[in-house]
Design a protein around this ligand. Structure first.
Ligand SMILES: Cc1cc2nc3c(=O)[nH]c(=O)nc-3n(C[C@H](O)[C@H](O)[C@H](O)COP(=O)(O)OP(=O)(O)OC[C@H]3O[C@@H](n4cnc5c(N)ncnc54)[C@H](O)[C@@H]3O)c2cc1C
Length: 331
């Protein structure tokens, strides 16, 4: 997992100032009980969906978590039972998908988007069911869940949201924190430009798709762009990964397009989803803006500057460094 957890201070023009946040109001050693109030599929369904993702909402009223989180933070879940060595299962983190006001408007109910982890056992090739994701996805309305948190101070909106524009890149459940952030931004009435680029294998995997389209129809400053990697898109026959949208924007490189937004010094970039996706995004930014144009966002060592196709994940942090305008949460 990569989460930059150190609060940052304003250091240069365009750099964001983050709010002071409280974390660990509820610790794993002393979890509180939340109650499931909603558990529903948030994909469109259909035969091509490559996974099951459920919107799970949990009532945390009466606990320190009530009104104790902001969108972008995560909360912890302690699944019951023990691992194969007889130790209690460890805590898993889930991004809060709710706006800061919670699902209910009062911070009493927080939600997340959980993907069922299903795999083959390494040992015997039988079905492997991820412990906590399946526990949450199987939970019934009314079930009690041991929860902790919140955690994370860095992957949040800036203290003054109106000071910036935003480009959010998500794959799969990486949409979770952005659902909340986008609602927060649009409900606050700021005029900031907000662009979400959502990448999934098939269009039936799109999460919260109807809600996001409704928000786009209602708010002129919100753009919702999808990148489908195993199907042609509505606007181009190409199959696209999230980063490919930088150079395949239906708006070209004109006003409001991704290349124009990424080049603007007001813009903050948030990346959330599968570990490894950030490399593609960095490459896409570098190829679209050039070394100098990308420098306010990413700086690249001389040694690898000439050949972005040779970049690999080990180079991130060492040879490819991000500025304070780039926020990453990959897992
Ligand atoms: C900051 C943060 C935010 C997150 N937000 C979200 C979110 O919003 N939504 C979300 O769905 N997830 C999120 N996650 C991931 C989440 O915490 C869990 O890691 C995920 O749900 C899997 O947990 P699990 O208990 O179901 O799987 P586990 O039981 O922990 O298994 C995890 C992996 O181990 C492998 N594995 C282990 N043992 C075996 C074996 N014997 N055979 C084969 N494979 C094996 C599997 O490949 C599997 O993928 C987040 C993680 C972080 C760090």
């Amino acid at each position: 997992m990569t989460t930059q957890d150190t609060p940052i201070k304003q250091t240069a023009t365009g750099d964001p100032v983050l709010p002071e946040l409280r974390v660990n109001l509820v610790r794993p050693t002393d979890p509180v009980i939340g109650r499931v109030v909603t558990n529903e599929l948030c994909t469109k369904g259909g035969r091509k969906a490559s996974g099951f993702v459920r919107h799970v909402a949990i009532d945390v009223s009466g606990t320190p978590l009530e009104a104790g989180f902001v969108t972008g933070q995560s909360f912890g879940v302690l699944p019951p039972g023990e691992d194969d060595k007889g130790r209690p299962h460890k805590l898993r983190l889930y991004s809060i998908a709710s706006p800061t006001r919670g699902e209910d408007g009062q911070g009493k109910v927080l939600a997340t988007s959980v993907k069922r982890v299903l795999d083959e056992h390494w040992e015997n090739q039988t079905l492997f069911r991820g412990v906590c994701s399946n526990y949450l996805c199987d939970a019934q309305v009314g079930d009690e869940i041991r929860v902790t948190g919140p955690s994370g101070k860095r992957f949040v909106l800036p203290a003054d949201p109106s000071a910036h524009d935003y480009v959010f890149f998500a794959t799969g459940t990486g949409i979770a924190p952005f659902r909340g952030m986008i609602i927060d931004l649009l409900e606050s009435g700021v005029n900031s430009k907000v662009t979400l680029v959502m990448g999934v294998p098939y269009s039936t995997d799109l999460l919260y798709d109807d809600d996001l389209r409704a928000l786009e129809a209602k708010h002129e400053n919100f753009r919702y762009v999808t990148a489908i990697s195993r199907e042609p898109q509505a606007d181009t026959p190409k199959k696209l990964y999230v980063q490919d949208r930088i150079t395949n924007d239906p708006l070209g490189d004109g006003a409001g397009s991704l290349p124009a937004s990424l080049a603007c010094e007001r813009t903050l970039i948030y990346v959330c989803g599968l570990a490894g996706m950030e490399l593609g995004i960095f490459r896409g930014i570098y190829e679209a803006l050039g070394r100098d144009g990308a420098a306010p966002l990413i700086t690249v060592d001389d040694e690898i500057a000439g050949d972005p196709s040779s970049w690999n994940r080990r180079m991130i942090n060492r040879q490819i460094k991000t500025s304070k305008r780039v926020f990453l949460e990959v897992y």
